[in-house]
Write a protein that binds this ligand. Structure first.
Ligand code: DGL
Length: 279
């Protein structure tokens, strides 16, 4: 692919399997609103959380190539499952061949970086999709960055469907959130910090706060990823100068635009006008 980065200004690409990345995008736009953004949700093939490594990698690479084709120089994988299962291969194997000047960043490392200063007991819990927990990406990343921390991953397969079926405020959400918190803390009662390692989960925050014992910190990723991206752009002027400064955002989905727009408004708190695309 020809690198046109010297001439064309580009939006920041933000990719998720579906809706969850909107919680990340919202925070990014709050912290650095001056840039243009292009959001892509692969809703037609979501959820990614229960899919195999190979499939998540293939789907994510297709999405990254699509966003590159739309002119994005920088793509954020605002999806923990894609960050866990596809980011490393894309960074190490694909980017050098596609275009070594473009960048793809994920959400796991910035989250892992900040837990060291938050825990007192050294015991960290991670709520995530089955795929992210199984990948052990958080455990490995936290292990690389901090010595002596204990990590416990706990999969919450019911949380995403509850949110996507507009049940995040219902009694079913109470039942499953309490059950998963109890199971995690039963496994390790010394946990004092819990990462919400799935981009959907901030929508369950009121319920999570209701059932989490006092004193246990809950880490939502949006503000962390936004601060980390702002910091990255300060340190990488060669990338920052390639970004366009319109303050706009386009929303693309592989599902029907109407369906996407309906639920997206719950994540964003505002109405949007998405467009359908095929990958
Ligand atoms: N957005 C995904 C994540 O952060 C969860 C949704 C899915 O399973 O596709 O892991």
């Amino acid at each position: 692919m020809k690198n046109e980065s010297c001439t064309a200004k580009s939006p920041i690409g933000v990719f998720d399997s579906g809706f969850g990345g909107l919680t990340i995008l919202k925070e990014i736009r709050r912290v650095i609103p001056q840039y243009d953004y292009l959001y892509l949700g692969d809703n037609a093939r979501a959820p990614y959380g229960s899919r195999s490594f190979d499939i998540v990698y293939r789907f994510t690479l297709e999405a990254v190539r699509y966003l590159f084709g739309q002119g994005c120089e920088l793509v954020i994988l605002a999806c923990n499952t894609a960050s866990a299962k596809a980011l490393r291969s894309i960074q190490q194997n694909d980017l050098p061949k596609i275009d070594p000047n473009r960048r793809v960043l994920g959400v796991i490392r910035p989250t892992a970086e900040c837990v060291g200063s938050m825990t007192t007991t050294g015991h960290i819990g991670i709520f995530a999709t089955p795929g992210t927990v199984q990948s052990q990406s958080y455990d490995m990343e936290i292990g690389k960055l901090h010595h002596g921390l204990t990590t416990v991953g706990h999969a919450c397969p019911m949380w995403v469907p509850l949110i996507e079926n507009k049940e995040s405020e219902g009694d079913g959400a109470d039942y499953f959130v309490k059950k998963d918190i109890d199971q995690l803390l039963h496994h390790d009662g010394a946990i004092d910090t819990v990462i919400l390692g799935c981009t959907h989960y901030p929508l369950l925050l009121p319920k999570i706060e209701k059932y989490m014992p006092e004193g246990v910190k809950i880490i939502a990723q949006g503000p962390i990823v936004a601060a980390s991206l702002a910091n990255y752009l300060e340190r990488h002027s060669e990338m920052e100068q390639r970004l366009s400064l319109g303050g706009g955002c386009r929303y693309l989905t592989t599902e029907s635009a109407e369906k996407f727009g309906d639920l997206a408004s719950i994540f964003l708190g505002e109405a949007i006008h998405p467009e359908h695309i095929d990958l």
